[in-house]
Structures are given as C-alpha cells and as structure tokens.
Design a protein around this ligand. Structure first.
Ligand code: 16G
Length: 239
C-alpha cells in the first residue's frame, strides 16, 4: 500500500491512510485503530515509523491514546464561528447539552487593568464570575467574567447557573451589540488543567473578549481558557 519510491516519507503516507479511514468513516468515533504491531506488519515498516504517524494524528486531535489500552478515534472538535453568541446558545444549536459549574462568585473592586477596560470610575465594583462550561457533561472551557455592578446590580447565583446572556438580555433588557476579542495559544496552567481535566503540558486557547452595549458601554470582560483538543475557531473571510 505504501509507495517506497515516493519522496513522501513513510510515516506521512501511513498518516494519510489513517486520516482517510477516519474522515471516510472506515474508523468511527470511539473505535480502536489497529495496534502499532498490526500496522507495523501491514505496512512492513518499523514501529518507530508507525508511532510517528500516530503521534502526529494525536497532536492534530484526530486520535487519542489510552494508557495500556490502545489508540482511539477522537470526537471531532467543535467548530466555533467567531461570533457574538453565548455558550448556551452555541451548544444548544449543536444539539448538545450545556451546563455550568460555578467555581466562584464575588463582588469587589477589580484590578486596574479590568477597571480601565470596563471604563469604571475609582472605587466602582464588578462581579467576578468563574465558571467551568460543559457540553454533554464534558468540560470545554473555563470562563472568568467581569461585569460592572452598576449595570447588573441584582445579578444572583441562580442567574449564572443558567445563561448569563439571557439574564442580561431578557431580564435586564440590555442589548449586547459588539465586542472585541483576542485569542492566543498558551500552555495550560495547573489550576485550569485540573478544571478542564487535561494533562500538563497541554496547549489551550485563551480568549479575552470585551463586550459592549449599543451605546458603547462595556458590559463584560471575559477571560476564557478553551480546550484546544475540543475546540477550533473558524471565521469566514473575504477579500
Ligand atoms: C460566551 C462568551 C462569554 C459569555 C458567555 C455567556 C466567549 C469567549 N465568551 O462563552 O463572554 O459570558 O458566552 O454564556 O465567547 P451563557 O449565556 O451561556 O452564560
């Protein structure tokens, strides 16, 4: 099956073969792929070569390894358009069940950088909401939201157990109109690794979003850490 004369290295050809099996449904989600030994025999290459192909696909998020058991086909990552939607809306629109675990909920005067970004006067307080967000009971992201107390003074525990956007828009009748967002890849820290149930070191996607109401008043800063093995962000761009 391999072309030994090809300039494409053996590991890349095996990788292409495994990838096409996954994408065309030969190997389905959750199924174990053939063992390293079986692949070694099938392709007549060294175990190192097979391992290299599998490692590349694990790093791409198409496969995952389970210690002592084997290598399995991973659930495809969530493809999240870069849009101003809430976590609850995003998950429901995919037919997944959103849920939250509240880690902390405080009311205090924020650090100077948050106060400046939220355009707060000296001494003005924010609510700080830290939640783990789940889709179908799997941890996806950790969100730390900062909201000016003066805009949502009656924010309570039961509001953030559900959808925060629904509270802001339906209960408070405020309109979230636009946002600026930046995203970067970082290595997960110890605390977030525990919340997200991932090993260290793992790459995660860090997002900071500042959302504004129609009158350009900042309503929320969110600093989120997303599991990079479960999420990819996509956008339509035109020239
Ligand atoms: C999204 C937003 C977050 C917002 C949350 C509300 C990003 C990076 N974050 O996750 O700012 O607080 O939705 O979700 O997009 P909820 O209405 O389900 O509580």
């Amino acid at each position: 099956m391999l072309d030994k004369q090809s300039p494409v290295p053996m590991y890349a050809q095996i990788e292409d073969y495994l990838k096409s099996q996954i994408l065309q449904g030969g190997f389905v989600i959750g199924m174990a792929i053939p063992s390293e030994r079986e692949l070694t025999d099938t392709f007549g290459v060294s175990r190192m070569t097979v391992r290299q192909s599998i490692t590349n696909l694990v790093n791409e998020g198409l496969l995952y390894r389970e210690k002592g058991r084997g290598t399995y086909v991973a659930t495809p990552k969530i493809e999240q358009p870069l849009s101003l939607t809430s976590f609850t809306e995003d998950m429901l629109s995919r037919g997944m069940k959103p849920s939250n675990k509240l880690v902390s909920f405080e009311k205090k005067i924020p650090e100077i950088d948050i106060a400046q970004e939220l355009q707060l006067a000296k001494g003005e307080e924010v609510f700080i909401v830290k939640r783990i967000r789940y889709a179908d009971d799997k941890p996806m992201a950790i969100e730390r939201s900062y909201l000016p107390v003066k805009l949502v003074p009656d924010l309570e525990l039961n509001n953030i157990e559900g959808s925060l956007y629904s509270f802001i828009e339906k209960d408070k009748r405020l309109i979230i109109s636009h946002a600026s967002q930046r995203m970067e890849a970082v290595l997960v820290n110890k605390e977030d690794a525990e919340f997200l149930q991932i090993c260290m070191p793992s790459a995660v996607l860090m997002i900071e979003r500042i959302s504004y109401l129609t009158n350009d008043v900042p309503i929320e800063i969110v600093r989120s850490t997303y599991r990079a093995d479960r999420y990819k962000f996509i956008s339509e761009i035109r020239r």
